[in-house]
Ligand binder design. Sequence first.
Ligand code: T46
Length: 135
Amino acid sequence: MMQVKTINFNIKGDDRGSLIALEQHKEIPFDIKRVYYIFGTKEGVRRGYHAHKSLKQVAVCVKGSCKFLLDDGKSKEYVELNSPDLGLLIDKFVWREMYDFSPDCVLVVFADDYYDEGDYIRDYKEFIRRVENDS
Ligand code: T46
């Protein structure tokens, strides 16, 4: 079974409301080189359908909710992100699909490297071949 790695962030709450701070090598366990966010996702849309050769990321649903299918080539796990204090660590060589986005979903992703299309494996059969050859 693959281990889904989630991170619970500390909420600095007071009578004014809540605040979460994320720092590299603290809450986010790597150098943060890039941050991007996915929002305004249309109903019924499924995104992702790829793995990364080396990129490591932490995804946080700061508003609304969405679900992840994670597949390491041997088993699949399903995770719902529905709280700004919950991070999902997505390692390299994990196939991911995101779905069931709520209309208000804002999914923020912290990445340990710059955008590089060459780091993507977008073909599932190739992904399985790479996993089998590396194990
Ligand atoms: C991932 C999941 C969780 C850029 O130009 N720069 C960027 O940093 C990113 C992330 C994307 N793009 C461009 C590439 C495409 O033309 O934005 C467009 C949409 O990207 P993509 O189809 O890869 O989006 P998703 O939602 O399928 O996947 C994204 C990330 O790309 C991916 O690394 O792990 O979110």
